[in-house]
Design a protein around this ligand. Structure first.
Ligand code: G6P
Length: 467
């Protein structure tokens, strides 16, 4: 477990996020299955240790979670809020994932820009209610003077609301997404934009993954609410957990997955281009497939000699636009396969079932990693691949990923919209001489693991307490 129960006087350290460290499902026999999540925040908080008495406040996300709350079986140190399912849906699907995620990633494109109508206002009221529920739970669970670390765009109003309830707390907020420049951000209705920024500015300290996102946020504050006031702004670029990944990547289940993948790839000297993503619009999976298709079309020497392992794990399937995108990814992969495939060669191997051991196996054997998001807060795949790669892996990296700020020098940088340039970069990556590839991978791995999650978390805590 990442933390023990907070003491009777409240927790000295609190984390708040929509998605918690554990999720439950009801088995056919009625018992509950608990699944622990991975990710930077889970390992980051482990640095506080059991004696730290941390409390993680999160939302119940499905029937299994709600049932766990009802049965009172949650582990110590986790408080799941059983928010009304409709309120949660409006706040999470309606506002957080359909509006705020789209604004921060600049995913709205003409003519599909939103209309902020009465329905939006109704959902916004749910978002406020949802944020208030978090603020109240945090106010109730925090020890005097406690440090509270609020996460992401789901909970942008929490700092301001919590400040009103508990002026003694140290409040921090961390954005895991990019932040859009003012010209784009001001697409939001003026009063909503101002409310959102004021909500965040209720924190003592706001933090972002890169300087670029922090500067964009500051520019939005200047444009919309006349500055950032007394709130401090920091940058903490979350890195890969190298120690954990290397150990995990050498367990037996990964070896089994490696053998299975090699059998699928076929032909011992075939090169592999690997991508691993949530099936997420910002990840730009379709243009990645088109770039690969172009490579095969224009450089026939690669046919039969390369395989693209594309792992695209379905995400946010309650939203129609994500379902459509998931279907399009599958359709385009099929198209490439029917255009170029031969009896002994499948050009694209698409896997959609989330399997961390298989992802690690792919990282280890990749010759090339393709990370081409149109916009991404950081992108940890770009950092994890070089850390676990067996023989070195060339990294084709979008300059719009936060990771580019740290890895840009040793990656092959691409404009994610430029499919021709991406195809060229794939060719350059496939033909990079072995020694150069190994040297670059070593430098990438060092840069990628410079700020492991535990340090990332403790740095924020120290900065917040120093305020
Ligand atoms: C991004 C967000 C996280 C979120 C994750 C998965 O990384 O920054 O806050 O948890 O996506 O999305 P989901 O909607 O499934 O929680």
């Amino acid at each position: 477990a990442h933390a023990s129960a907070p003491g009777p006087s409240g927790a000295p350290v609190l984390v708040a996020s929509n998605r918690g460290p554990v999720s439950y499902s009801v088995r056919p026999d009625g018992t509950l299955d608990a699944r622990r999540g991975g990710g930077g925040l889970v390992s980051g908080l482990s640095a506080v240790g059991p004696e730290g008495g941390a409390l993680w406040v999160c939302a119940a996300l499905g029937e299994g979670d709600r049932e766990a709350v009802r049965r009172g079986v949650l582990e110590a140190g986790v408080r799941m809020l059983d928010i009304d399912a409709e309120v949660h849906a409006d706040a999470y699907h309606g506002i957080a994932n359909s509006v705020l995620w789209f604004v921060h990633h600049m995913l709205y494109q003409t003519p599909l820009e939103p209309s902020f109508d009465r329905e939006f206002r109704r959902q916004w009221a749910a978002y406020e209610q949802y944020n208030r529920a978090f603020a109240e739970a945090l106010a109730e669970g925090a020890a005097p003077g406690a440090a509270v670390l609020v996460q992401d765009y789901h909970l942008a109003l929490v700092p301001g609301l919590l400040r009103e309830l508990r002026d003694d707390l140290r409040i921090g907020h961390f954005s895991h997404t990019p932040w859009a420049p003012p010209d784009y951000f001001r697409m939001l209705p003026d009063d909503i934009a101002a409310q959102l920024l004021h909500g965040m500015l209720g924190a003592d300290r706001l933090a972002f993954l890169t300087r670029r996102w922090a500067d964009a946020f500051t520019a939005c504050c200047d444009a919309v609410v006349g500055g950032t006031g007394a709130t401090r702004i920091g940058v903490h670029g979350l890195g890969a957990d190298a120690e954990f990944l290397r150990e995990r990547a050498h367990r037996e289940d990964v070896a089994g997955r490696t053998a299975a993948l090699r059998a699928q790839i076929g032909g011992a000297d075939r090169r592999t281009i690997v991508r691993v993503d949530r099936t997420e619009l910002s990840k730009n999976i379709v243009r990645g497939l088109r770039a690969y298709e172009l490579l095969l079309a224009e450089r026939p020497e690669w046919r039969e000699r390369v395989v693209h392992l594309a792992f695209a794990y379905p995400s946010r399937q309650d939203l129609a636009v994500y379902r459509a995108y998931t279907a399009e990814v599958a359709r385009v992969a099929d198209e490439v396969n029917s255009r170029f495939g031969t009896p002994g060669w499948t050009p694209v191997i698409l896997h959609v079932e989330d399997d961390f051991a298989r992802s690690l196996a792919a990282y280890r054997l990749a010759d090339v990693a393709l990370v081409n998001p149109v916009r991404d807060g950081m992108n940890l795949v770009a950092k994890e691949v070089p850390v676990v790669s067996d023989e070195g892996c060339a990294l084709v990296l979008s300059r719009e990923a936060g990771a580019y700020e740290e890895l840009g020098e040793d990656a092959l940088a691409v404009n994610p919209y430029d499919v021709v340039a991406t195809a060229d970069a794939l060719h350059a990556a496939l033909t990079m001489p072995g020694p150069e590839r190994a040297e670059r991978t070593a430098r990438l791995a060092a840069a990628a693991s410079a700020l492991p999650p535990q340090r990332w978390f403790l740095d924020q805590l120290r900065e917040l307490r120093g305020s």
